[in-house]
Design a protein around this ligand. Structure first.
Ligand SMILES: [Zn+2]
Length: 157
């Protein structure tokens, strides 16, 4: 089990045989790799952790007021604009969006769960669907000022 015994036992908890947190590269930092293959629609694992009310690095939003703080597994999912997993934060489950080969990093779309990101960032996922600058689903970009924004801001001063 990746989770400490204080989390209790759930047969769906991620096993340390099947998943590991490893460094992907200098840019992405840590990610979760799976050592087992999964079929589209498979539930990979159930998540667990501390429920906190504040937004932190590595938290995943459960609902408007609560965030899952899991530093053993789900807090290290990498982002892709073309993800291979989907999170159900009500059920705390991770589902395969397509067939996943063994030795593959797991990628979620951070805007699936997060209203606001701890840090917005420039995405390098390389997907044709890449949105470029990644934000939470309820926030606007704090980086790419459009010409219209720029004019509006200038006139406001
Ligand atoms: Zn992207």
């Amino acid at each position: 089990m990746l989770y400490p015994s204080k989390f209790g036992f759930d047969p769906l908890f991620p096993s340390s045989k099947d998943f590991k947190i490893v460094v992907k590269d200098d840019n992405s930092g840590l990610g979760v790799i799976c050592y087992k293959s999964f079929k589209k629609g498979d539930v990979l694992a159930r998540m667990a952790g501390e429920i906190v009310q504040d937004l932190r690095q590595h938290t995943l939003q459960i609902d408007k007021n609560n965030h899952l703080y899991d530093t053993y597994f789900s807090g290290y999912f990498l982002h892709s604009c073309d993800p291979n997993i989907s999170l159900n934060m009500a059920e705390m489950t991770v589902t395969a969006l397509n067939d996943i080969d063994a030795h593959t990093f797991l990628y979620m779309d951070y805007s699936q769960t997060e209203d606001i990101l701890y840090n917005q960032f420039q995405c390098g996922c390389g997907s044709v669907k890449c949105r470029g600058w990644i934000t939470g689903k309820m926030e606007t970009s704090n980086s790419l000022l459009t010409m219209t924004d720029y004019k509006n801001n200038s006139m406001g001063c």
